[in-house]
Design a protein around this ligand. Structure first.
Ligand SMILES: [Ca+2]
Ligand SMILES: [Ca+2]
Ligand SMILES: [Ca+2]
Ligand SMILES: [Ca+2]
Length: 242
């Protein structure tokens, strides 16, 4: 997205560690220029007063932008390691788009924190049900894609309990050296696996939004440690909507 309004697309990324004293921040920006393949060195994304948009020691952040209060300015929303979602509203500044100093944790209408127990929430907002307001999709550490319908309005979201659009893989310890972990559910070779991120596009141009999912790696077993391991080969998957 173009965060500084100079008509060059900028690259935005989350970060692993969120300890400000170590110089880390939840969200980084790499400014783009005339050469579409080159970006400036990553800098922290700051709020309108120059603060780091950090809440509740969030780490392993995954940012996205969506206008969640329908005021014409994109808002910053990021997921974290614990599966929560944080929102900093967009505000105008001299540098272009900036964000409110105070963030909020996104909650259900009963005030409980909206959270994916599997962790590693990675938000994406789109009008998935076509009723005019933005709904929330998210991947998770265990994979899969989760859908939170917005039952409120474009100005004031109310989030329903999540539905599973794509099942996460289930890992259960069975004991025994030969098979320390059982991978159940869909064929692991044919479905996104560990640490999914999702976006939407009408990939086959049939007027229905499809899922495009990235994952981190393919899972396997380590017979020595009896731990599952990842081979660090991620894939990009397209799941067409029926
Ligand atoms: Ca820019
Ligand atoms: Ca907004
Ligand atoms: Ca909607
Ligand atoms: Ca489609």
């Amino acid at each position: 997205m173009d965060i500084d309004g100079d008509n060059f697309l900028d690259l935005v990324s989350g970060g692993f560690n969120s300890t400000p004293s170590l110089g880390y921040a939840p969200v980084y920006v790499m400014k783009g220029g005339t050469d579409k393949l080159k970006y400036k060195t990553a800098d922290h994304l700051h709020t309108v007063s120059g603060k780091v948009p950090l809440m509740n020691s969030a780490s392993c952040t995954k940012p996205c932008f969506a206008d969640l209060n329908n005021d014409g300015l994109l808002d910053l929303i990021y997921g974290d390691k614990r599966g929560r979602f944080f929102q900093f509203n967009g505000v105008k500044s001299k540098q272009g788009l900036s964000f409110s100093d105070e963030g909020k944790i996104i909650r259900f209408s009963d005030a409980k924190t909206l959270k994916l127990d599997a962790g590693y929430s990675s938000p994406h907002f789109t009008d998935w049900d076509g009723d005019g307001d933005l709904d929330l999709l998210s991947g998770s550490k265990k994979g899969g894609v989760f859908y939170f319908e917005n039952e409120g309005t474009p100005e004031d979201a109310l989030w329903a309990k999540p539905l599973v659009l794509l099942s996460p893989l289930e890992y259960s310890k069975t004991g025994g050296a030969a098979s320390p972990y059982l991978i159940a559910g869909p064929d692991p070779a044919k479905t996104p696996q560990y640490v999914t991120c999702v976006t939407t596009v009408d990939y086959n141009q049939d007027a229905k939004l499809d899922l495009v999912i990235g994952d981190h790696s393919t899972l396997g077993e380590d017979y020595e440690s009896k731990e599952f391991y990842t081979n660090d080969i991620g894939n990009v998957w397209v799941m067409l909507r029926k």
